[in-house]
Write a new protein. Structure first.
Length: 256
C-alpha cells in the first residue's frame, strides 16, 4: 500500500455491468488489490429501485451528476452530493435518474452484500453512522482547516468523517491537514496541480499520512475540490477469510 495514489479517470476504460437486472457502466479507478484504497465510478441507467445492500468497509459516495432518492423523505440527493456510511451499514433501496454519475470510494476493498443475505443481516453495524449532504443546500463559509479557500461542509469535520467542497481562486496554493485514516481529494471543476500531476474533473488524489498533506495548487482557471476524509472506522471491517467476506468479494467481482 502506498501513501499516495493519483488517478486520472479519462485514461481508464469503461466497462458494462449488470447486477440483479440493473444495468450500468463502471470504471475501476483503484482496485484495492495492494491493500490500499478501492475507488469505482458508476453510471446507472434510470432505475426506480436499486436493492438494499452494504459494504464491509466505510464508504463515501460522491454524486457528480443526476439524482438519488432514498426512502427517507429528507434524503433526496442531487449532484453534487456526498453520502457516507460506516462499515457494515445497510442502505437502500434507492432510485437513480437524471444522468447518474457517481464515485464510490473506500479506504480498502469492501465487497458488496445484498440485505437478502441472512448472515449479512446478523452482521449489521448497529452503531454505524449515516451522513449525507447536498451542495445546493449548504452555504459557503470559512473553515479553520482550509484557510486559503471558502468551503461548503456537506458533511462537517465535526462529524468525524467529512466531505468538504472548497473553491480555490486561480493559482491558489491550499495547504491541507493530515489524513491519518485516508482522504480523497477530487477535482470537481477547473484543474489542480497535485504532486506534479495536473488533474481535471473528476481526477483525484488519495492520501494516507499522519503528516500534513502535500499542498494542492489551483490551475489557471481556479479549482473546485471535494475533500472526503475517513476517520477511525476506516480501520474496522474489510474483507477477511470468513464466509461473508468471500461472498462480498465474489458479488463485487460479478457485478463489475
Amino acid at each position: 500500500m502506498l501513501n499516495e495514489y493519483i488517478v486520472e479517470p479519462a485514461a481508464i476504460p469503461w466497462r458494462n455491468g449488470q447486477v440483479a437486472g440493473i444495468s450500468f457502466k463502471c470504471q475501476i479507478l483503484l482496485s484495492g488489490a495492494d491493500g490500499g484504497p478501492e475507488a469505482l465510478r458508476f453510471r446507472f441507467d434510470d432505475c426506480p429501485s436499486i436493492f438494499a445492500h452494504m459494504h464491509l468497509t466505510s464508504q463515501f459516495q460522491l454524486l457528480l451528476q443526476g439524482r438519488m432518492d432514498f426512502p427517507k423523505s429528507t434524503m433526496k440527493l442531487r449532484g453534487i452530493a456526498a453520502h457516507y456510511t460506516d462499515h457494515n451499514f445497510p442502505y437502500g433501496p434507492f432510485a437513480v435518474a437524471g444522468g447518474h454519475d457517481m464515485l464510490v470510494l473506500h479506504p480498502r476493498q469492501g465487497g458488496l452484500i445484498s440485505m437478502a443475505d441472512r448472515d449479512a443481516r446478523r452482521r449489521i453495524n448497529l452503531k454505524a453512522r449515516h451522513l449525507y449532504g447536498t451542495a445546493a443546500d449548504i452555504q459557503w463559509t470559512l473553515l479553520p482547516e482550509f484557510k486559503e479557500a471558502r468551503s461548503k461542509p456537506l458533511i462537517p469535520p465535526t462529524s468525524g468523517p467529512y466531505a468538504v467542497m472548497i473553491e480555490c481562486p486561480p493559482r491558489t496554493v491550499v495547504n491541507l491537514p493530515s489524513a491519518p485514516y485516508g482522504r480523497y481529494e477530487v477535482v470537481l471543476a477547473g484543474s489542480a496541480l497535485v504532486s506534479g500531476s495536473t488533474l481535471f474533473p473528476p481526477g483525484f488524489r488519495y492520501v494516507h499520512d499522519d503528516n500534513d498533506g502535500t499542498p494542492v495548487e489551483a490551475g489557471p482557471d481556479g479549482a473546485m475540490l471535494m475533500l472526503l476524509a475517513f476517520d477511525q472506522d476506516a480501520r474496522e471491517g474489510g474483507l477477511a477469510g470468513d464466509r461473508l467476506s468471500v461472498a462480498a468479494a465474489a458479488a463485487m467481482e460479478r457485478a463489475i
